[in-house]
Design a binder for this molecule. Structure first.
Ligand code: FES
Ligand code: FE2
Length: 358
């Protein structure tokens, strides 16, 4: 008997769930100046991200332990954050250092009070914040292959008015390009042809890799930019990080796309680009509008899907074009099951060849 050609979409149990205990892309390094703080909402949690006088980044829960005021609306002298309401002060590790209204014999004293601190890492021009708290040992942050000087050439962020899943699916769907991103430089309906790609599990994470292959003949932008026929490799790792690396041997490109849930129905899609094609910085004014347009096309596509899904239609996941979407939900289920059972997650992906037309 033939294998079924499509399966009913059985992803309801994990749909829209924001995965905790993970590193999330919070901001590009350039968004946080020395002696300054910014506010971000990550998975419905208010987070203050700051950079101290020595250049170190830190992250605290952005609500004052006293009465809840946003600490990021206060002042920061490079050492301590001062709440704008009653002037309680906090060191960058969250320890309270001053409660101006208290007499010496009153409780609490500053030593009794801590603002919640978030683990934070800065690397490759990106600031990652760990949202969760169950883990004694933190996993490594996502790492982008080093291209050129290793710092981003461009960072874009676009807010998608949808849950994390719809934003993420937009990143891995292989069959929408010719319809959503029609462009002379990219692809169009006529360029659609059969593709066969091999995939393997990501080691040390819940994800998969589209193994290194020669870039598709309909990726003209790539070939023009890098000059030649690049080899590309793409990895996707939970909770929401896609890393693409393309190289002709002479020039290289790396792209990091990271989706960060802001709330249950708002997601920031960050796209960070690294390239070494000279004259590297001069490409920015050309690449930025193209990349923005591309991301906005995805955003609109996702919004149209969201409007349809509001009617709760029965949907399906076809093979093999929707297999990566199925993997995403499968891995998400495994992530949640492992957390519930307090065990390490197991990557159920096995080496697979997928065939589709795009
Ligand atoms: S609310 Fe922050 S000091 Fe009172
Ligand atoms: Fe897309």
């Amino acid at each position: 008997m033939n294998a079924p050609t499509s399966e009913a979409d059985d992803t309801a149990a994990v749909k829209g769930v924001m995965l905790r205990d993970a590193w999330y892309y919070a901001a590009p390094s350039t968004a946080v100046a020395a002696r300054a703080t910014i506010h971000r909402t990550l998975l419905n949690e208010p987070v203050l991200i700051g950079r101290d006088a020595d250049g170190q980044v830190f992250a605290l829960r952005d609500t004052c332990p006293h009465r809840g005021t946003l600490l990021s609306k206060g002042t920061f002298d490079g050492r301590e954050v001062e709440c704008p309401y009653h002037g309680w002060r906090f060191a960058t590790n969250g320890q309270c250092t001053a409660i101006p209204s208290q007499t010496a014999d009153q409780r609490p004293q500053p030593g009794d009070i801590h603002a919640t601190r978030y683990p934070v890492r800065e690397s490759q021009g990106n600031i990652w914040v760990f949202v969760g708290g169950r883990n004694a040992v933190l996993p490594p942050i996502p790492e982008v292959p080093t291209v050129g000087h290793g710092r981003p050439q461009l960072h874009l962020v676009m807010r998608f008015p949808c849950n994390i899943d719809l934003a993420v699916i937009g990143l891995m769907d292989p069959a929408h390009g010719a319809f959503v991103h029609q462009s002379a430089l990219w692809r169009n309906r006529k360029s659609v042809h059969e593709k066969r790609k091999s995939f393997s599990p990501v080691v040390g994470g819940l994800g998969w890799r589209m193994d290194k292959h020669t870039a598709s003949s309909n990726s003209r932008a790539y070939r023009l930019f890098l000059g030649g026929q690049p080899q590309t490799e793409i990895t996707y790792t939970l909770p929401s990080v896609r890393i693409e690396h393309a190289s002709t041997g002479r020039y290289s490109y790396a792209g990091l796309t990271a989706c960060t849930p802001v709330t249950a129905d708002t997601t920031d899609v960050h796209h960070v680009m690294y390239w070494d094609v000279p004259p590297a910085p001069l490409w920015r004014p050309l690449v930025r509008p193209m990349a923005e347009r591309f991301l906005d096309q995805d955003r609109r596509a996702v919004m149209a899907m969201q409007e349809g899904l509001a009617f709760s239609p029965a949907t399906m996941l076809v093979r093999d074009a929707d297999t990566q979407t199925r993997w995403y939900f499968k891995l998400k289920r495994e992530w949640l099951a492992a957390a519930a059972e307090d065990r390490p997650p197991f990557n159920p992906i096995t080496p697979t060849v997928l065939t589709w037309r795009s």
